[in-house]
Design a protein around this ligand. Structure first.
Ligand SMILES: *[C@@H]1O[C@H](CO)[C@@H](O)[C@H](O)[C@H]1NC(C)=O
Length: 335
C-alpha cells in the first residue's frame, strides 16, 4: 500500500504538472481560449469562482456544488468568476430568501468592472411578506445604464431553484428565466446606441443591502430582525469565449470563426414562435416597469426601444405555448 503522505505528494505533483502543462499549452497557443481548461476535476464553485467573503457569508456545500450568500448586519456577500468572457451563455439556478426580504438585493450578473463598464444584470428586489419579489434586469454599455425593466415572476422564486440565464452574442442579449425569455436587448450600434461588444465581462453574484432604493423606491427598509438573509446558487453553466486576465486580447473572441460557431451553437440569436409567445405573455402580464415606457424619466424614448419590444406575435396568443405560465398572486409588485 502506498503511504498516505506519498499519495498526497503524488497528487500534488500531478496537479502542479497539469496546471503547468495547461499554462504552457495556452502560452504556446495550442489550446484556444474557448477550450475547457476547467475540465480539471474540481467542484463547480471551486473551479469557476472565488470570493472575498468569509466562510460565514459565503458557504459552500460539502461537494462544492451549492453556494449560499449570507447577508447580516456584519457583512454583505458575493462571489466572482476567475475568468472573463466576451460573448457566451451564462446560466445559474437561484433560490432567494423567503418571507420578509424587503430592502435586500440578490443578484446574478456580468460586468467588465472597467471605468466605462458593460454590465448585464439580474437583480431580485426583496419585498414584504405576501408581496412578490420583483426581478429587475438592466443593461450597461460603455458606462451607460438606466435601462431597467422589472417583472413579477409566474412562480415563487423563494420556494425552489429556477434557472436564470444570459445569452450574449454580437446581435442580441436575451435574458431567460427557465425556458422563457423575459427580455431582449438587441445590438443597435447602427442607431448610435452602445452595445456590450468591446469588453470582456466576469460573472458575479451578490446579496446586499439595497434599502435605499430596492423596495417601493426605498420606502420600505430592511428589517435586521429577519437576518441572516440567504440566497442559494447551484447548477452554474458557462459556455463562452474566455479572455484570461493575463491576456487582455479580446480580438480573438470578436472575430474568430471558432467563436462564431460556438456562439451559434451555445446562444440564442432569435426566438422560436413558442418563445416569442411566452415573452409577449410576460410583457403583457408581468411587466411592472419598463424604462422604454417611463415618459417622466425619458420624454423621448431611447432609440433601441421600438426594436427591442418583445411584441412579435400578432393576434391572439397561441395558448399551447403558454403552459406553465400564470400570474403569481394579484398583489401589486413594489416599484
Ligand atoms: C421586524 O421584524 C420583526 C420580526 O419578524 C417584527 O416583529 C417587527 O415588527 C419588524 N419591524 C418592522 C419595523 O417591521
Amino acid at each position: 500500500m502506498v503511504p498516505r503522505t506519498m499519495r498526497l505528494q503524488v497528487f500534488t505533483l500531478l496537479c502542479a504538472t497539469l496546471v503547468f502543462s495547461a499554462a504552457i499549452e495556452v502560452a504556446a497557443g495550442i489550446v484556444p481560449e474557448t477550450s475547457r481548461l476547467d475540465s480539471v476535476d474540481q467542484p463547480t464553485f471551486v473551479r469557476h469562482f472565488w470570493s472575498t467573503s468569509d466562510r460565514h457569508h459565503y458557504k459552500l456545500s460539502e461537494d462544492g456544488e451549492v453556494a449560499e450568500l449570507v447577508l447580516d448586519e456584519k457583512a454583505a456577500a458575493g462571489f466572482a468568476s476567475k475568468t472573463r468572457y466576451l460573448y457566451g451563455r451564462i446560466s445559474i439556478q437561484m433560490k432567494v430568501h423567503p418571507g420578509d426580504s424587503a430592502g435586500t438585493v440578490s443578484t446574478f450578473y456580468t460586468s467588465s468592472l472597467s471605468g466605462k463598464h458593460d454590465e448585464l444584470d439580474f437583480e431580485f428586489l426583496g419585498n414584504q411578506p405576501g408581496r412578490p419579489y420583483v426581478l429587475q434586469t438592466n443593461v450597461y454599455a460603455s458606462g451607460v445604464g438606466d435601462r431597467e425593466q422589472r417583472i413579477r415572476l409566474w412562480f415563487d422564486p423563494t420556494e425552489d431553484f429556477h434557472t436564470y440565464e444570459i445569452h450574449w452574442n454580437k446581435e442580441i442579449v436575451i435574458f431567460m428565466v427557465d425556458d422563457t425569455p423575459v427580455r431582449l436587448y438587441k445590438n443597435c450600434e447602427d442607431l448610435g446606441v452602445p452595445y456590450p461588444s468591446r469588453q470582456a465581462m466576469s460573472v458575479f453574484a451578490s446579496l446586499w443591502n439595497g434599502e435605499e432604493w430596492a423596495t417601493q423606491n426605498g420606502a420600505i427598509k430592511l428589517n435586521w430582525s429577519n437576518a441572516p438573509f440567504v440566497a442559494a446558487y447551484r447548477g452554474y453553466e458557462v459556455e463562452g469565449c474566455e479572455v484570461p486576465w493575463y491576456k487582455g486580447d479580446i480580438d480573438y473572441c470578436r472575430s474568430s470563426l471558432e467563436t462564431d460557431s460556438m456562439l451559434k451553437r451555445a446562444t440564442m440569436h432569435s426566438l422560436t414562435t413558442r418563445q416569442a409567445a411566452r415573452l409577449q405573455w410576460v410583457t403583457e402580464n408581468l411587466l411592472v416597469y419598463d424604462y422604454c415606457k417611463d415618459v417622466y424619466r425619458y420624454p423621448t424614448p431611447h432609440p433601441e426601444c421600438s426594436r427591442n419590444s418583445g411584441l412579435q406575435v400578432v393576434g391572439p396568443l397561441p395558448l399551447k405555448h403558454l403552459d406553465g405560465l400564470k400570474v403569481l398572486g394579484d398583489s401589486k409588485a413594489s416599484q
